[in-house]
Design a protein around this ligand. Structure first.
Ligand code: ACO
Length: 311
């Protein structure tokens, strides 16, 4: 790659300018972005499944309307993100095929089952809370279309987080059985939520380069620590116990010390061995096949419209 182009690109990134689709960029920067943005898109789309599972069983009309809106938002996020990846030359078909054939990754968190209604509260509070922690800095990521997509996504994620926390507040202040459900959901979702931030910095092959290119603005461990620091007081406010015996405020650091993540579990889930990974992929492939007629009808309609316009 011509050195003067590389230098000019790096200077623009260093000056916090956005890189736009038609600008020159190193091939490795383009590839990294396609990887991260498409995995992010897949996560949003697969993320519709665990919560979609509860739409028909939401405990009231209000809860059902809210959950329906939230799950639709996640679908919308997936679509903006696929569009952002398309501006880099990736094709939608290739990306979807990579997901459905098991070649592409998506967030480990969506391979855990939603067993009770309290899981919907815990997902909004913890999973969307972790997503916000990771995505707010991405509003300043160096690639313009990705950064702009994050602005709307983060506004919607904030609403998702609050609706989850509100479910948890109702349960935590409810009957003993409801409290127990809330605690059980926190017990099961806490560690998987910490895993969402990815491997520890020393084991993260992509962080150093992505930080230099300002694709990532914080490291995995920095974001994980911030998440623990804001979430622990929220658990205390609910009167629930974070399932980590090593969790302890460290006055010197002004942050919580916390126990070690089970990295073996993390890597197993990344490899596709999550508790409901198989179910998730079967559901995605079934939706893709069952709705083939919609794609075909849309394409036929567009072909007719184009032919009419040409005539
Ligand atoms: N689940 C699945 N795979 C993961 C996870 C995870 N929780 N964390 C890391 N990985 C993968 C990475 O994708 C990478 O794989 P690859 O090189 O084959 O693509 C590998 O593990 C090594 O990790 P890192 O070097 O740390 O990778 P990266 O720099 O991409 O950091 C991170 C991972 C933090 C997830 C980053 O990609 C990111 O910020 N992505 C955007 C946010 C996102 O995707 N969120 C999805 C969940 S939130 C939601 O959808 C509601």
């Amino acid at each position: 790659e011509p050195q003067e182009l590389v230098d000019a690109f790096e200077a623009r990134v260093a000056a916090d300018e956005f890189i736009e689709p038609k600008d020159w960029m190193p091939e490795a920067y383009r590839k990294t972005l396609i990887r991260q943005i498409s995995q992010h898109a897949h996560s949003e789309v697969v993320g519709m499944l665990p919560e979609g599972n509860w739409i028909t069983r939401a405990p009231s009309l209000r809860r059902k309307a809210v959950l329906l809106a939230k799950v639709q938002d996640e679908g919308g996020h997936g679509l903006y993100l696929y569009c952002a990846a398309e501006t880099l030359g990736a094709s939608r078909e290739e990306m979807i095929d990579a997901l459905h054939s098991g070649r592409a990754k998506y967030s480990t968190i969506f391979n855990y089952p939603t067993l009770t209604w309290a899981d919907i509260g815990a997902i909004g509070w913890l999973v969307d809370g972790a997503a916000i922690m990771n995505q707010v800095p991405l509003q300043r990521t160096s690639y313009g279309p990705y950064a702009r997509a994050m602005v709307r996504v983060c506004k919607e994620e904030s609403f998702h987080q609050r609706q989850g926390y509100e479910i948890m507040m109702v349960l935590a202040n409810g009957t003993p059985e409801q409290r127990e459900m809330a605690q059980d959901a926190l017990n099961r979702w806490w560690w998987p939520s910490l895993m969402m931030f990815g491997p520890s910095d020393e084991n993260s092959p992509n962080t150093a380069q992505s930080m230099r290119w300002r694709i990532k603005r914080d490291t995995n461990d920095e974001l994980r620590q911030k998440f623990v620091d804001v979430t622990v007081p929220q658990a205390e406010f609910l009167g629930l116990t974070v399932p980590d015996p090593d969790l302890k405020w460290n006055a010197e650091r002004g942050a919580y010390d916390f126990g070690a993540v089970d990295w073996e579990e993390f890597y197993a889930v990344v490899r596709g061995e999550g508790p409901v990974a198989r179910e998730r992929m079967l559901a995605r492939r079934k939706a893709w096949d069952d709705n083939r007629w919609v794609r075909e009808a849309a394409a036929a309609h567009e072909a007719k419209r184009a032919a009419k316009k040409a005539a």
